[in-house]
Design a protein around this ligand. Structure first.
Ligand code: NDP
Length: 298
């Protein structure tokens, strides 16, 4: 049976280090890392994510601000808010929770965020840095960065000679994940909805990352014996066994089956999810340190 990758424990480690470094930064420079989270509308899942980000920021000793705007907020108003946050010296990280309502151009909002405060790593400047291997100065999107940290802990920083398959090619997860794996010298395949022979491709993976958004799509016999399986998916499905109307979370990987073949696997929940928030805190700390004229913390 596969070893279970405890994302919660690794995330606690990361957050612990962020707390120490934030306290040092404050003592040495008086600067308190500031994170602003902006949410437009009342999507319940987004509200849960935003609340947990704010809570974690406070736990890290950060200055944490939340801007909650009504669903009918005009795009120009949101642009103006982001510009105000760009200019606010107490704010080092700006996160606009996605998805935004349809009448707002998400791309325009993301590109309005100053690349120096783009702790989500979605601005073209940061995407370009990741794509060209400028990892030393990029803000890398939190979910793939967190997934990579889990992979590093298991397989080391140099993945030379290993095949990695990423299922999913979104700008938020799949593409940056593939770039990180490539930067670590893995031989990378990106699969998506138009890929043929997906099961066979997955079976070639020493490192298999699933970021699809389809409950338990990756079956056990898609997994190479001994592979490291990172399940990014978070899907809520009906759980009649828990009672009428009850639900549970599952990943994009059929966990029980895959665990019989994998060498190590992330559970859902408790795998990649906690890493995402931890890396958001780490990125905010990095931004604040750079703003204070200090070297980028490792
Ligand atoms: P997107 O919907 O943006 O992308 C999904 C990708 O999966 C697309 O590239 C799509 O291909 C591909 N895909 C869809 N169906 C298939 C299929 N049948 N076979 C192969 N590929 C397929 O999702 P995200 O990248 O934003 O998120 C992916 C998952 O990760 C979701 O479950 C999401 O909830 C979760 N997530 C978890 C986070 C965490 O903190 N743990 C954070 C962010 C996301 P195509 O491009 O061809 O359409």
């Amino acid at each position: 049976m596969a070893a279970v990758i405890d994302g919660k424990a690794v995330a606690e480690d990361v957050v612990g280090r962020v707390k120490v470094l934030a306290a040092e930064l404050r003592a040495g420079t008086g600067i308190v890392p500031g994170l602003a989270v902006v949410i437009v509308g009342a999507d319940p899942a987004s509200q849960v994510y935003v609340a947990s980000k704010g809570k974690k920021a406070k736990e890290c000793g950060f200055h944490s601000v939340q801007h909650t705007l009504p669903a009918d907020t005009a795009e120009a108003e949101l642009v103006a808010l982001v510009e105000t946050l760009n200019a606010d010296p107490a704010i080092h990280g700006i996160l606009v929770q996605l998805p935004l309502p349809e009448h707002i151009d998400s791309g325009r909002i993301i590109q309005t965020i100053s690349p120096d405060k783009d702790v989500d790593g979605f601005h073209f400047v940061n995407v370009g840095k990741l794509g060209t291997g400028e990892l030393a100065t990029a803000f890398v999107p939190c979910t793939p960065a967190g997934s990579m940290l889990l992979i590093e802990r298991l397989r080391g920083r140099d993945l030379s000679g290993l095949n990695a398959v990423v299922v999913g090619r979104s700008n938020i997860v799949g593409k940056p994940m593939a770039n990180l794996l490539l930067a670590a010298n893995a031989t990378v395949t990106i699969a998506h909805s138009r890929t043929k022979n997906l099961a066979e491709i997955c079976r070639s993976a020493d490192i298999l990352v699933a970021a699809v958004g389809r409950p338990e799509m990756v079956r056990g016999d898609w997994v190479k014996q001994g592979a490291t399986v990172i399940d990014v998916g978070i899907n809520r499905v009906a759980a009649p066994e828990k009672g009428e109307g009850k639900t549970r979370l599952v990943g994009d990987v059929a966990y029980g089956e895959a665990a019989e073949r994998a060498g190590a696997i992330t559970p859902v929940p408790g795998g990649v999810g906690p890493m995402t928030i931890a890396l958001l805190m780490a990125n905010t700390l990095v931004s604040a340190s750079l703003a204070a004229g200090r070297p980028r913390p490792a």
